[in-house]
Every structure is written in C-alpha cells, then in structure tokens.
Design a protein around this ligand. Structure first.
Ligand code: AP5
Ligand code: MG
Ligand code: ZN
Length: 217
C-alpha cells in the first residue's frame, strides 16, 4: 500500500452546509475541497464542452452521468494539491460513484471518515433560498444567516455574489428527491464500512465546524 491519505466525504441533503464546511475544513486542515458542483459550475461559466453537457442535467436538478463525473474526479485527485487527500463535497453521490471512489482511494487506505450533516428539509429550503455563491471561488453566504461583509461581494476574493440557477424552488425539490433516491443509500454503504459519523447540522456554522474537526482525529 502507498502512503496513507486522508479522504473525507461530506454527506448531506442540498443545503445541509457541505460547501460551507468543506471550505472551513480546507482552511483548518490544508486538505483541498473537491466540489463536483463547483467544478461543473466553473465549466458552465467558461462554456466548455463539459459545462454544456452538465447544464442540461443541473438545470433539472438531476445527476450528471457517472462516466463523465467519475473521470473528472479522477483527474482532479491527481493534481499535486491532492497529494495528502481531499475533502469531498458532492461526490460520491450514488453507489456507482462510491464504488469508483473506493477503487481510487484503496491504495491510500480508503475513505477515512464520512460525516453525515443532518438538517431538516424545512431548514435546508430556508438556507438554499437565501444562499448567495461567489462566481470566482465558490464560497457560499446567506443573505441573513451568513451575510458577506459587503453586500453582493465575496469576503475572500472580492468576487461577485450570485444566486445559483438551480436554487429555484421547483429544482430544489427535485434535487431533494434525487438525494433521497440516489444519494441516501450511501449512508448504509458507509455505515457498513464503519466510517459513517452523524453530525447535527442544525447548529451554527461554527458549532458544526467544531464537531467536524473533532472527527478529523
Ligand atoms: P452541488 O453543487 O453539489 O449541490 P447540492 O448537493 O445540491 O448541495 P448544495 O451546494 O446546494 O448545498 P451544500 O450542502 O453545499 O450547502 P451550503 O454550504 O451551500 O450540486 C449541484 C448539481 O451539480 C447537482 O444537482 C448535479 O446536477 C450536479 N452534480 C454535482 N455533483 C455531482 C455528482 N457527484 N454526480 C452527478 N452530478 C453532480 O449551504 C447552504 C446555505 O446555508 C448557504 O447559504 C449557507 O450560508 C447556509 N448555511 C450553511 N450552514 C449553515 C448553518 N450551520 N447555519 C445557518 N446557515 C448555514
Ligand atoms: Mg454546495
Ligand atoms: Zn470568492
């Protein structure tokens, strides 16, 4: 086996706080956030072939096909900044992706821990409807729950804040449906492997961050 790496998989419904917490974990652990949603949005903005393909799925709130997504993640994990592991945000998202991720991570000790960030659906809808995302770095804010210092501007890099296209109520409802149908089986999958750790995500951003840090060991 090669030298062990730290792969963390954040699980949770849309709006649970995966992106928010992944960014904070990146700062405190130095492990990079790998967000498939952010990579797709970056490609969409730059109108790449990948972006054009992903758009039709993302607009509906459906998953982008596995072959494309898995290849994209494999490439990303080979970048030098992932040499110690990664904080996975939004991947794997179904059992096929989880099996592929097991293959990629097996030589490095497999998946270390899978925090499941638990939040009620009502609260996630409230969070998503007020969310604002940075166009350049993907940092997330909320108009009342977590506002930026200056309205409309990212604290981190001064990027423009915008509302995601897939944050419309109808699309959010389908994203939740897709989560329960395709992603929630991963809870049992990782529980059986002994790496699942439930975290109460209804608390403040800071409290959730403390709970996640405690799991990092
Ligand atoms: P993706 O971008 O991954 O979206 P998602 O899973 O639906 O999750 P969100 O980003 O909506 O929520 P989050 O948990 O990150 O919450 P956040 O931290 O922003 O995926 C989008 C699309 O891309 C998919 O629909 C699919 O089409 C495609 N895709 C992506 N990955 C794929 C894959 N692997 N395979 C196939 N397709 C894929 O927080 C939400 C809000 O709440 C923010 O406003 C934040 O400020 C606020 N907040 C966070 N925590 C707290 C707290 N503790 N208290 C108060 N407010 C909080
Ligand atoms: Mg996110
Ligand atoms: Zn930014």
């Amino acid at each position: 086996m090669s030298e062990a790496r730290t792969y963390v998989v954040l699980l949770g419904v849309p709006g649970a706080g995966k992106g928010t917490q992944a960014k904070l974990l990146e700062q405190s652990t130095g492990l990079p956030q790998v967000s498939t949603g952010d990579i797709f949005r970056y490609n969409l903005k730059n109108q790449t072939e990948l972006g054009k393909l992903a758009k039709s799925y993302m607009d509906k709130g459906d998953l982008v096909p596995d072959d494309v997504t898995i290849r994209m993640v494999e490439d990303r994990l080979q970048q030098p900044d992932c040499a110690r592991g990664a904080i996975m945000d939004g991947f794997p998202r179904n059992l096929v992706q989880a099996a592929a991720f097991d293959k990629v991570t097996a030589p490095f000790g497999g998946v270390r821990v899978v925090p499941l960030i638990n939040v009620e659906d009502d609260e996630t809808i409230r969070r998503i409807t007020g969310r604002r995302s940075c166009r350049t770095c993907g940092a997330v804010y909320h108009v009342t729950l977590n506002p930026p210092k200056v309205e409309g501007i990212c604290d981190v890099d001064g990027g423009e804040l915008y509302q995601r296209d897939d944050d419309k109520e109808e699309t959010v409802r389908n994203r939740l449906f897709v989560y329960y149908k395709q992603t929630s089986p991963l809870i049992g999958y990782y529980f059986a492997k002994g790496v699942l750790a439930e975290v109460d995500g209804s608390r403040s951003i800071n409290e959730v961050q403390q709970a996640l840090m405690a799991l990092m060991g």
